[in-house]
Design a binder for this molecule. Structure first.
Ligand SMILES: C[S@@+](CC[C@H](N)C(=O)[O-])C[C@H]1O[C@@H](n2cnc3c(N)ncnc32)[C@H](O)[C@@H]1O
Length: 300
């Protein structure tokens, strides 16, 4: 497993390999570790039912954005598949006949392999190294783009890194294909140098880098047109609020798994991120893209 750009593999393992049992305590049963879609879900519905419903709505939205309708039976790539929730949802709805998931986390790789999903292959591999034997009909990537640039890059260097991702996606997909992307991005602040950003970078999520909207737009433009763009900071603040409540309820089990210090670090991290979305410093973007037949020659 090699990465030349983006979050180093060791930093990915630091965060995601803390233990599947720990994450299972406070994520929902799909083990989705990204913002859910809360449209139409009442605020007074208990998180035990509301969070899984909102996460399933998110999984369905991304598959729809990528053109993988129920029964479509497509060939799908999930870049940054986490614990496999989207792959499982896609298989269950016969939206895909074949699917590949990529992750850099050994713990996630072992978990998804253990699910034994029919037609699904999970690879411990970076998107940079992925060379499929045949084109895909659809690509999704949810909550992984935050790992695709290396910390400390200048804006043009970040755009070049993101552009390389879109170039790879263009090469993987058949003509006319669709693709979805979900990512956190800076919004009301210029960057992540404040105390919250420094704490998250040092203690919880080393090596993660947030884009700005214009960087994504510039990076994708040669290869994809944007068919759908949704912004919702609230979708992430509600998700983080639900995760916090669940972690607090599972305090004793969490402390047994990651110690008092680990429990406190995650409580602080989830709360700090929730506040970041509530005050508009960061937002969440969901994109639906359509592959351009011929790439455009455009400056970075
Ligand atoms: C926040 S998790 C999101 C997981 C899942 N998509 C979800 O919504 O629950 C980020 C995922 O991106 C993966 N990832 C990060 N960098 C990657 C890279 N260069 N290539 C492939 N996957 C990567 C991580 O291993 C992890 O599975």
């Amino acid at each position: 497993m090699t990465t030349t750009t983006g979050t180093p593999a060791a930093d990915i393992e630091f965060h995601y390999d803390l233990g599947n049992d720990f994450y299972a305590l406070w994520l929902d049963e799909t083990l989705s570790y990204s913002a859910a879609v809360w449209d139409g879900i009442a605020r007074d519905e208990p998180d035990t039912t509301a969070l899984p419903r909102a996460q399933r709505a998110k999984l369905a939205l991304h598959l729809d954005l990528a053109g993988a309708a129920p029964g479509a039976g497509l060939r799908l790539l999930d870049v940054g598949c986490g614990w496999g929730g989207l792959l499982a949802h896609a298989v269950a709805g016969r939206r895909v006949a074949e699917a590949t998931g990529l992750t850099l986390s050994r713990a996630q790789h072992a978990h998804v392999t253990g699910l034994g999903l029919p037609g699904v292959e999970v690879r411990l591999e970076s998107w940079e190294a992925h060379r499929p034997e045949r084109p895909y009909d659809a690509v999704v990537s949810v909550g992984a783009f935050e790992h695709f640039a290396t910390a400390g890059l200048s804006r043009p260097e970040r755009v070049a890194a993101y552009r390389a991702y879109f170039e790879h996606c263009h090469g993987w997909l058949r003509p006319g294909a669709r693709m979805s992307l979900q990512t956190i991005a800076y919004d009301g602040v210029a960057g992540g140098d404040g105390p919250v950003g420094s704490f998250v970078a040092a203690d919880v999520f080393p090596g993660a880098v947030l884009p700005r909207l214009d960087e994504i737009a510039t990076a994708c433009d040669p290869y994809f047109s944007v068919a759908v763009l949704r912004a919702s900071a609230e979708d992430y603040s509600r998700t983080l609020g639900a995760w916090s409540a669940r972690l607090l309820r599972a305090r004793a089990e969490a402390q047994a798994l990651v110690g008092e210090d680990g429990f406190r670090r995650y409580r602080r991290y989830l709360r700090a991120c929730e506040v970041t979305f509530l005050r508009g410093a960061a937002t969440l973007y969901r994109f639906g893209f359509v592959r351009r037949d011929e790439p455009l020659r455009l400056p970075v």
